[in-house]
Design a protein around this ligand. Structure first.
Ligand code: FES
Length: 174
């Protein structure tokens, strides 16, 4: 019986040692395959071009300037809001840019200067331009896409990206 106990003990040690090695090997394979998948996976980022939209001298407080970004089929606005806001650029941190295509079903939005909102005539969604395009009413399911803006030393305003998907664009399909 004594030799039998030793055999059982040796077998248990061998089993535990093998199981540990197999677990480590499986973890290593898992890490490697995850890294390989990440290398092969298509990018989920949409890259938008850098584009000059206007100059600070073109803007008057609370009067939207019509622009197009990232191309001629994508209407939007630049607005100098008159007070520092989320995503605002310029000396006063108050210049913002948004698409004017409603993210719900693509109706053209109207700017209401009295409360600095973009409003949709389709199903009445409303977006707060002082809060980064936050939706404050209606049926849309996302905030209003806001441009990432930069101003150079001459006062030229460049868009370099958008923080949400623009409605109805083929590039949204991954
Ligand atoms: Fe704007 Fe429906 S299209 S709320």
């Amino acid at each position: 019986m004594k030799s039998c106990d030793k055999l059982v003990d040796a077998g248990r040690r061998h089993f535990l040692s093998s199981a540990g090695a197999m677990t480590a090997a499986a973890a290593a394979v898992s890490v490697l395959s995850t890294e390989a998948k990440a290398d092969q996976a298509p990018s989920t980022l949409i890259r938008y071009p850098k584009s000059r939209l206007g100059n600070v001298a073109d803007l008057k407080v609370n009067e939207p300037l019509a622009v197009n970004y990232p191309d001629d089929d994508a209407p939007g606005v630049l607005i100098k809001l008159g007070q520092r806001v989320v995503g605002g650029v310029g000396a006063d941190g108050d210049i913002v840019g948004f698409t004017t295509v409603c993210p719900h079903k693509g109706f053209p939005l109207n700017y209401v200067a009295s409360d600095k909102t973009m409003n949709c005539p389709g199903h009445y969604s409303r977006f707060d331009c002082e809060k980064g395009g936050q939706q404050i009413w209606g049926q849309a399911t996302q905030n209003l896409p806001q441009y990432t803006l930069r101003i150079d030393e001459k006062g030229d305003i460049y868009a370099e990206g958008v923080d949400e998907l623009l409605y109805g664009r083929l590039s949204n399909v991954l």
